[in-house]
Design a protein around this ligand. Sequence first.
Ligand code: SF4
Length: 305
Amino acid sequence: MENSDAEVIAKITGLRKERNAVILVHNYQLGEVQDIADFVGDSLELSQKAAKTDADVIVFCGVQFMAETASIICPDKTVLLPDMHAGCPLADMITVPRLREKKREHPKATVVCYINSSAAVKAESDICCTSANAVRLVEKLTNASEILFVPDQYLGNYVATKTGKKMILWPGFCPTHIRIQPQDISRQKAEHPQAKALVHPECRPEVIALADEVLSTGGMCRFARENEAKEIIVGTEIGLIHRLRKENPGKRFIPASEQAVCPRMKLITLETILWSLENMTNQVKVPERIRLKAKAAVDKMLEGG
Ligand code: SF4
């Protein structure tokens, strides 16, 4: 017989105390997973939380590169990813041999990698960034003669537009965010003329051009809290809507597209969390040689705030 959600949650509650575990949950996770979190946030906020936690175990409810980042920052802690199949297709669009080849073509380039990349790719990069601080960090690269931005071409293109810097872009993309089409934004704006349209910088430039604001998921949560708009069109993975509705009960949130679902994010369930906490399985540990090199890039991301 399957455990009911209430039973599963009670067991997770017991185990998280017993193991001194913290449950960090990305904004795109299932609603029921967000509801048991110690902290829900975007990649940057979750990395900052991981850096400060005094827990012995970090249960990372997100995708592989996020759990790896926690392991890079906190090598002494046990990092659990409840389902090892939760990878990020965008992160998989670049490999170390191909990156090295590109670096040989552009030996003077400063390599900026989006956090959505493997630890091994981070180790080959000069600076890591998230969608929340990419513009800020690239702006500071005043001495860089060339910038190679990997692996998301759309975030890279957005950063290039905002900073006016010439950048070499890796041709990667997020399969979930490219499902949001310009016509989705136009249709929702026509149906909700008072609404503000927020989109994530992983969206295509044609979608970004129609938005009122281009924000990370953490930025979208802040906007929803602080802006007086009562209706908001949300151009990102639809998991964020759960949090937005919960935090802003008086406001209306409209997904830009119901198609914007990341199947890998949804692999983490209450059952897989319980299973990994019970058995301490699915531990993510970045080898020390790679970790030390990747940490230098990740530290710059955290310093950039
Ligand atoms: S939403 Fe896109 S970038 Fe985020 S984990 Fe899924 S595939 Fe990767």
